[in-house]
Write a protein that binds this ligand. Structure first.
Ligand SMILES: Cc1ncc(COP(=O)(O)O)c(C=O)c1O
Length: 279
């Protein structure tokens, strides 16, 4: 880099730092730290306690997204993944993902509702009423952009009443056991590898690359996904982790049983064998 370019970059950096220092208080209001319990791609879990402390010491909003894996935290043995959640300003889980509630129903918790109310409240004459003015009701219109909202909590209430805690825990545990079974089947087959440690009911795996041909592995796994899904017997999805094409096997349907897992694995093995025989 020529010196002039170097100094112009340095100048820009100093200017940016100065700007950030002056406006950091203002800027902090625009930023949030967003941690996940169960990322979409591979269900990884962020260290909430550490992130929460950073957020707190910088007065930054700390949101925890547990859209899918929040459901598992109804079981005491998985609650450890939530350690540090007490630092959160807001927390979300989607009951429509893994909690037997029909689409859509997301539960959002906020530590301090006043931040939402200050930003979103509206109080025209035609909305005024005795119950609101005497603070007898929570006006959710002040927590969101639209005024109206569907009665989604009714679906969740029905699920909670119908199943109860123990049955919901058994439901989650069963899916995790089934995913463990799938993981064990994959691990026993030397042609495959488990790519990330399984935490919940998602297994990330792939066909191992042929010796010293990592690039080819992506195409191979892509082809395997296509051929498995074209059988119509099961549906798997994929992701990219560190540029590697990874297959995702998720257990989440209420009627899935062990025989479906074993059957799915057989389809995967058969399709893999056909593909590998062409290599
Ligand atoms: C961790 C996480 N957050 C948020 C979402 C978004 O979910 P939805 O669009 O159903 O609200 C997903 C979807 O898969 C997710 O896995």
């Amino acid at each position: 880099m020529p010196p002039s370019e170097f100094f112009s970059h340095l100048f820009c950096l100093l200017l940016t730092c100065n700007f950030l220092a002056v406006h950091s208080k203002m800027l902090k209001q625009f930023f949030a730290i967003h941690a996940q319990i169960g990322t979409t791609s591979s269900t990884a879990v962020d260290p909430l306690l550490e992130l929460g402390k950073i957020a707190k010491s910088n007065s930054i909003w700390f949101h925890v997204d547990a859209a899918y894996a929040g459901s598992a935290c109804i079981c005491p043995e998985y609650r450890g993944y939530m350690n540090g959640v007490e630092e959160a300003d807001s927390f979300n889980m989607n009951a429509h993902k893994w909690f037997l509630t029909n689409f859509d129903c997301s539960a959002l918790w906020v530590k301090d509702r006043s931040a939402l109310i200050q930003s979103l409240s509206t109080n025209p004459e035609y909305l005024k009423n005795k119950a609101s003015q005497e603070n007898l009701v929570v006006d959710y219109k002040d927590w969101q952009v639209p005024l109206g909202r569907r009665f989604r909590s009714l679906k969740l209430w029905m699920v909670l009443r119908l199943y109860g805690l123990e049955k919901l825990q058994a439901y989650i545990r069963n899916h995790i056991e089934l995913a463990k079974l799938f993981e064990e089947l994959v691990a026993q087959d030397k042609r495959f590898e488990i790519v990330t440690p399984r935490k919940f009911s998602l297994v990330c795996f792939r066909l191992r690359p042929p010796p010293s041909n990592e690039d080819y592995a992506n195409k191979l796994n892509h082809d395997l996904l296509d051929s498995v899904n074209s059988t119509g017997k099961l549906f798997i999805s994929h992701t990219l982790l560190s540029d590697r094409y990874i297959l995702r096997f998720a257990v989440g349907a209420p009627l899935t049983e062990e025989r479906h897992i074993v059957g799915a694995w057989k389809v995967l093995q058969d399709e893999a064998a056909t593909l590998l025989s062409k290599c």
